[in-house]
Design a protein around this ligand. Structure first.
Ligand code: 3H9
Length: 706
C-alpha cells in the first residue's frame, strides 16, 4: 500500500490502482463533520489522480458505518452535509465500491447506495433505521432505495427500521455480491480488481429505472403503505413523511426528489418526536454507566438457579434458557415443579407453532433445564434468582435456605417488586452477595430489569446483575432500595392520582382514553385488568398500616376486588370481558359502584377534559420521579425515562417522563402541582428537587449531564 493522503477520520491509501478510503471514527464510524470532510476530500482528490482507477470504501474496526452522527442532530449543520457527500460519491468518474461489514445503517447504507457497486460480508447488517429516531433517510436513501429495490421493499425497510443480513440484502437487490471471509479490506480489494478486470464503469443508483418502471403499481404500493401507517403507526410523525418521500421518488425526477426529501427530513429533524426518540436512544446507552461497574467486575456466570415455577419464575427461566445458560429450578413439591416445567414448555411450544424457533431449537433449550424439589440442587449455581410469593416471611425463609446451600461467591437475587432487599439480605451471612433483580411480566418478553442495589451489595454482585441483563438482552437500570424501587413506586403515585380523578368525576374509561390519547398503548385501568386486580389489592393491603392517614384513600378499586372482579382472568374488572374477550367493554355496574362511592365520600362529581386528566396524571408521575431522584433511588433522570419506556409503555416519542417534563417546562409542571395542591395539599406536595430546579432555572437534563 502507498500512503496517499492524511490520517484523519477518513483516510486514504493507494493499493496499486485502487484508492482505499477507510472511515475510521470509533466507536461505530458515525459520519461526523470530520468524517464527511475527509471523505469528501479523498473522493475529490481521487478524481484527478491518474494513478487511481477505482475507489474502495471500507470501515475500520467491526463496522462499515452506523449512520449519521446522532450527536450532531439539533446543532447547526456543518458542510459538507451528508446528502452532498453522497451525491459527490455517486458522481465520481471512477468506479466506487463499498464493502459492507458489521453495521451499514442509515447514512452508512446511504453512502453505500451512492457508491456504484456493493459487496457485503456475512457480518453485515444493513438497514435504514432512521424511523426509530423520528427521522427519514435523508441522504438520498428515500430516492435511491426505491429505484434499486422497488417502492414496496424500500418502504418496508424504512418503515420497520429492520436490519437485513447480507443474504437478505443480496436477495432484495441492495448489494451485488457476498464476500468470503471476515477481512473487509481484502474482500473489497478482490472484488474491485474483478470489476476493473471486467472493465466496469460507474453505475449510478439515480439512473436505475427498472424497479419503478410500473409507476401505477409503485404508487399503489405507496398508497398501501400510507394506509398501514395511518392505521398502525398512529401518532408517529416521520412514517407519513417517509411515504411522502417515496412518492416523490416515483413521481419526480431524481434531483427534485432529493430536494423534496431534504425538506421532509428537516421537518422531521425539527420535530419534538425526533428529540424524544434521540433522547431515548442515548438514555438506554447511559444506564450501564454506574459507579459499581467501575469498581467491580462481573463474577462467573455459567449456571443459574431459579426458585419458584410460577408465572414469574417460569418467565425468568425461559429468558435465561434463551440466552444459552443452563437453569436449575427448585419448587416445593413435584406437582408445583411439574406446573413450572409445563409453563416453560408451553412458551416454547407456542414459539415452535408460530415458526419462531425450530422443534430442535426448543428441545435444545429445554435440555438445559433441570427441575428439583430440594434446595441442595442449587449448590453449583453461580446466580440464584428467588421468584416466590411476594411476602417478606416467605422470602426470608427462602434466603435462609439459599444461604445454606449456595456455593461461596454465588450471587443471590430476589425478584421482588416492592420488598426491602436489605431486610431480605439479613437472612444470609453474606449480604454483599445479595441484590434485587426486578423482572417485569412476562419476564421472557419485557426488556426492563431493575437491578436493586442494597446497602451492603458488593460492586461485583451488581456487575453480575448487569452482566446477566446483557446476556438476556435486557435493559438494566440501577435502582436503590425503597418500596417499589423506581418504576412501581412512581406508578403507585400516579395511579393514585388517577383514582382520585375517578372519584372526583372522570370515569375509568375517560381516564384510559386520555392516557391512550397521550400515546400509551393502554390506560391504567386496562393495565390493572390485564395484570390482575388482586395484585394491586395485595400491595394496598400490605401498605394499609403505613399509609398516611392525611392522604385521601379511594376505595373504588377495593370495592371491585371484594366482588372478585380481578380483571381479564375473572371475566370482569373495570371492564367486562364476555366469553374470554381480550378487549373489555364498559360496565354500567362499575359506574354505579363508582357513583355510590362518590356519595359515600361526599364528592360532587365534576367534569375533566382529556387535557386535565393527562396533565394531572403526568404531574403526579413527574413529581414522584423527582422524589425518587432526590433520594438517590435513581441515579439520573434518563434512568427514570428508560424505566418508563421499557417497563411501563410510556410513549417512546415523548422520550420518557423526565424528558417530557423538560420539553413542556418544569415551571408549568410545578404550576400544575401547586394548583392541585390547593384542593388536596396532603397528596400534592411539590418535590423539593422540582422546586429547586425551577427556582434555579434548570431542567432535568442538566442533572443527566452532571
Ligand atoms: C441517519 O443516518 C440520518 C441520515 O439518514 C441522514 C443524515 C442527513 N451516532 O449501541 P452501542 C454510539 S440517523 C453517534 O452501545 P452496539 C453509542 O451512543 C442514524 N453515536 O453499540 C455508544 O456510545 P457510548 C441512523 C453513535 O455494538 C457507542 O456508539 N443509524 C451512533 O450495541 C456504541 O453503541 C442508527 O440509527 C451514531 N449513529 O450497537 C444506528 N451509533 O459508548 C444507531 C452508536 O458513548 N446505532 N453510537 O455509550 C445502533 O443501532 C447501534 O449503536 C449499533 C452498534 C448497531 C451501530
Amino acid at each position: 500500500m502507498t500512503d496517499h493522503t492524511n490520517a484523519g477520520a477518513a483516510h486514504a491509501r493507494r493499493d496499486e490502482d485502487i484508492l482505499v478510503i477507510t472511515i475510521d471514527h470509533p466507536p461505530v464510524n458515525a459520519l461526523s463533520a470530520d468524517v464527511r470532510r475527509d471523505l469528501s476530500a479523498a473522493v475529490d482528490a481521487a478524481q484527478s489522480d491518474p494513478l487511481v482507477r477505482a475507489i474502495l470504501l471500507v470501515g475500520a474496526g467491526k463496522n462499515f458505518i452506523a449512520g449519521a452522527d446522532i450527536r450532531e442532530f439539533g446543532k447547526p449543520p456543518k458542510a459538507p452535509i451528508l446528502p452532498d457527500v453522497c451525491n459527490q460519491i455517486e458522481a465520481s468518474q471512477k468506479p466506487v465500491v463499498a464493502v459492507l461489514h458489521g453495521a451499514a445503517l442509515g447514512g452508512g447504507l446511504e453512502i453505500a447506495l451512492a457508491a456504484h457497486y456493493r459487496i457485503a460480508l456475512a457480518s453485515a447488517k444493513l438497514g435504514l433505521p432512521e424511523v426509530n429516531l423520528g427521522l427519514l433517510p435523508g441522504a438520498g436513501g428515500t430516492q435511491r432505495t426505491p429505484r434499486l429495490i422497488g417502492a414496496a421493499a424500500a418502504l418496508d425497510l424504512m418503515l420497520s427500521g429492520k436490519h437485513l443480513s447480507a443474504d437478505a440484502a443480496l436477495k432484495a437487490g441492495l448489494v451485488d455480491t457476498i464476500g468470503e471471509g471476515s477481512d473487509a479490506l481484502s474482500a473489497g480489494l478482490t472484488y474491485t480488481r474483478q470489476l476493473l478486470a471486467q472493465g466496469a464503469a460507474p453505475r449510478r443508483s439515480r439512473d436505475a429505472t427498472a424497479a419503478l418502471a410500473d409507476r401505477a403499481a409503485a404508487l399503489a404500493e405507496a398508497a398501501a403503505a400510507g394506509e398501514h401507517v395511518a392505521k398502525t403507526l398512529r401518532g408517529l410523525y416521520s412514517p407519513a413523511k417517509i411515504v411522502e418521500a417515496v412518492r416523490a421518488a416515483i413521481e419526480q425526477p431524481f434531483d427534485e426528489g432529493l430536494r423534496t426529501e431534504r425538506a421532509l427530513f428537516l421537518q422531521c429533524l425539527d420535530s419534538p418526536q425526533r428529540a424524544g426518540l434521540v433522547h431515548a436512544f442515548f438514555a438506554e446507552r447511559e444506564t450501564t454507566k454506574i459507579p459499581e461497574l467501575k469498581e467491580g467486575k462481573a463474577r462467573r456466570l455459567d449456571s443459574v438457579g431459579v426458585v419458584g415455577g410460577g408465572t414469574m419464575g417460569a418467565g425468568i427461566a425461559v429468558s435465561v434458557l434463551d440466552a444459552g445458560l443452563p437453569v436449575v429450578m427448585v419448587e416445593q413439591d413435584d406437582a408445583a415443579l411439574e406446573r413450572g416445567r409445563a409453563r416453560i414448555t408451553q412458551v416454547y411450544d407456542l414459539l415452535v407453532k408460530k415458526g419462531r424457533i425450530s422443534a430442535d431449537e426448543r428441545d435444545a433449550r429445554l435440555a438445559r433445564f433441570t427441575g428439583a424439589t430440594s434446595y441442595d440442587a442449587l449448590d453449583n449455581a453461580d446466580l440464584i434468582i428467588e421468584a416466590v410469593f411476594e411476602d417478606m416471611d416467605v422470602k426470608l425463609g427462602v434466603f435462609a435456605q439459599l444461604d445454606r446451600v449456595a456455593k461461596p461467591g454465588a450471587v443471590l437475587a430476589t425478584n421482588t417488586s416492592y420488598l426491602d432487599v436489605d431486610r431480605i439480605a439479613t437472612a444470609t451471612r453474606g449480604p454483599a452477595d445479595v441484590l434485587g433483580l426486578h423482572f417485569f411480566s412476562p419476564a421472557n418478553i419485557m426488556k426492563l430489569l431493575e437491578v436493586v442495589v442494597g446497602a451492603h451489595t458488593a460492586p461485583d454482585t451488581v456487575a453480575t446483575g448487569f452482566e446477566l441483563a446483557r446476556r438476556l438482552r435486557k435493559t438494566a437500570v440501577r435502582a436503590g432500595v425503597c418500596d417499589g424501587f423506581i418504576g412501581n413506586r412512581i406508578l403507585a403515585v400516579h395511579r393514585q392520582a388517577a383514582d382520585m380523578m375517578m372519584e372526583d368525576g372522570a370515569s375509568p374509561y375517560d381516564i384510559d382514553a386520555a392516557v391512550r390519547g397521550f400515546g400509551y398503548p393502554m390506560g391504567p385501568y386496562q393495565m390493572a385488568d390485564l395484570a390482575g386486580g388482586d395484585i394491586g389489592w395485595a400491595t394496598r393491603k400490605r401498605r394499609a398500616a403505613t399509609r398516611d392517614p392525611a392522604v385521601r384513600y379511594v376505595q373504588i378499586p377495593d370495592c371491585l376486588c371484594e366482588r372478585g372482579w380481578f380483571g381479564q382472568k375473572t371475566g370482569r374488572g373495570f371492564y367486562l370481558y364476555p366469553d374470554g374477550a381480550r378487549l373489555g367493554t364498559q360496565d354500567p355496574e362499575v359506574l354505579a359502584i363508582i357513583d355510590d362511592e362518590r356519595t359515600r365520600a361526599r364528592v360532587t362529581p365534576r367534569a375533566f377534559t382529556q387535557e386535565d386528566i393527562q396533565r394531572r396524571y403526568l404531574a403526579a408521575m413527574i413529581n414522584e420521579a423527582a422524589n425518587v431522584l432526590h433520594q438517590g433511588i435513581a441515579l439520573r433522570p434518563s434512568d427514570v425515562d428508560v424505566v418508563f419506556l421499557s417497563g411501563y409503555g410510556f410513549p417512546r416519542y415523548h422520550g420518557g417522563p423526565m424528558h417530557y417534563a423538560d420539553s413542556v417546562g418544569l415551571g408549568s409542571v410545578l404550576a400544575d402541582i401547586r394548583a392541585c395542591a390547593k384542593e388536596d395539599p396532603a397528596f400534592w406536595k411539590p418535590s423539593p428537587l422540582l422546586v429547586q430546579l425551577v427556582e434555579s432555572g434548570r431542567n432535568f437534563a442538566s442533572l443527566n449531564a452532571a
